[in-house]
Design a protein around this ligand. Structure first.
Ligand code: MF3
Ligand code: CO
Ligand code: CO
Length: 257
C-alpha cells in the first residue's frame, strides 16, 4: 500500500503540512460545533464539503480505494470509517467520532475527535470516561513523539492508558506517517513494547490515533465494506492528531484555535 520507507519532510514541506493540518482541524471543529440531534450523518458530511470548499481544500477520503463520502462519521458502536448516511440520524447522547482527511496544495491533513451529541451531560459516566481517556491515550502517545525515541515508545504509552482502564484496543487499524500521502510509513500501532521499532527523527510527520472500546476489542466490517463496528456493539472512541517531530519536541499540526 504505502512506501515502506519513512519520508522525512523538509522545512518547506513542513510549512505545507502545517497549512493542511490547520485546514483539517478547522473542518473538524466546524463539524463538531454543528452536529446536533435530528441531523443525519449525511447532512454532516455535506457540511464538511461546504466547509472544505470555503477553506480551499478538498476531501482526501473521497475516492480513496473507492471510499464513497467526504468524511468518516462513526456513531456509537462504529469505531472508524463510518460511511455517512441519510438513515443515520443523530440523537442526544450518541458517541460521535468524526475523522477528517483533507488535501491542500498537494499536502494532507488528517485528524479525528469523538464528542457526545447534545453535550457531555447526555453520556453515561463510563462512556464519557472512554472518550476522555481515548484523548488521554493520544496525548500520552504524543508526549513520546521525541527525536531519538522509537515508534514503540508511542505505542506502549497509548497501550498503558487503555490497560489502566481495561478498555479494548482495536489492533487491526493503526496510526501512520502522513503529509504527502494519506498513509505513509511507519505504522504506529496503539499497543506493543517500548524501545522497539523505527527511531523517530526530526522531520517525521505522524498521525497518532488510538481506538478504544468499552467492551471487547473485536471488530467487524459492515456490509457497506467500510464501517468498522465493535463485534459486541459496545461503544468505541477514536482520537487522532497529526504531529511533526521537531528539535523542540512534538508539534501538533492539527490544533484547534
Ligand atoms: N482518516 C483515516 C485515517 O486516519 C483514513 C480515511 S479512510 C478513507 O487514516 F477511506 F476514508 F479514506
Ligand atoms: Co484520520
Ligand atoms: Co490517520
Amino acid at each position: 500500500m504505502s512506501d515502506y520507507r519513512i519520508r522525512l519532510k523538509t522545512p518547506e514541506q513542513l510549512v505545507q503540512c502545517r497549512a493542511a493540518g490547520q485546514k483539517a482541524a478547522e473542518v473538524l471543529m466546524a463539524m463538531c460545533e454543528n452536529a446536533h440531534a435530528g441531523m443525519s450523518t449525511k447532512a454532516l458530511d455535506d457540511l464538511a464539503l461546504q466547509t472544505m470548499h470555503g477553506l480551499g481544500c478538498e476531501s482526501a477520503d473521497f475516492g480513496y480505494y473507492g471510499y464513497p463520502a467526504q468524511t468518516c462519521i462513526s456513531v456509537n458502536d462504529a469505531v472508524i470509517h463510518g460511511v455517512p448516511s441519510d438513515s443515520i440520524v443523530l440523537k442526544n447522547g450518541d458517541v460521535l467520532s468524526i475523522d477528517i482527511t483533507i488535501s491542500y496544495n498537494g499536502f494532507i491533513g488528517d485528524n479525528a475527535r469523538t464528542v457526545i451529541v447534545g453535550g457531555d451531560e447526555y453520556a453515561p459516566p463510563e462512556v464519557l470516561a472512554l472518550v476522555r481517556n481515548t484523548e488521554a491515550g493520544l496525548e500520552a502517545g504524543i508526549a513520546k513523539a521525541l527525536a531519538g525515541n522509537r515508534v514503540g515508545d508511542i505505542s506502549h504509552a497509548v497501550e498503558l492508558v487503555a490497560n489502566a482502564h481495561h478498555y479494548g484496543i482495536v489492533k487491526e487499524y493503526v496510526g501512520h506517517g502522513c503529509g504527502v500521502s494519506m498513509h505513509e510509513a511507519p505504522e504506529i500501532p496503539n499497543y506493543g513494547p517500548a524501545h522497539r521499532g523505527p527511531v523517530l527523527q526530526e522531520g517525521m510527520v505522524l498521525c497518532i490515533e488510538p481506538m478504544f472500546t468499552l467492551g471487547s476489542r473485536r471488530i467487524k466490517v459492515l456490509p457497506d465494506g467500510w464501517t468498522v463496528v465493535t463485534a459486541d456493539h459496545s461503544p468505541a472512541a477514536h482520537a487522532e492528531k497529526m504531529i511533526a517531530i521537531t528539535a523542540n519536541g512534538p508539534e501538533v499540526l492539527t490544533d484547534w484555535h
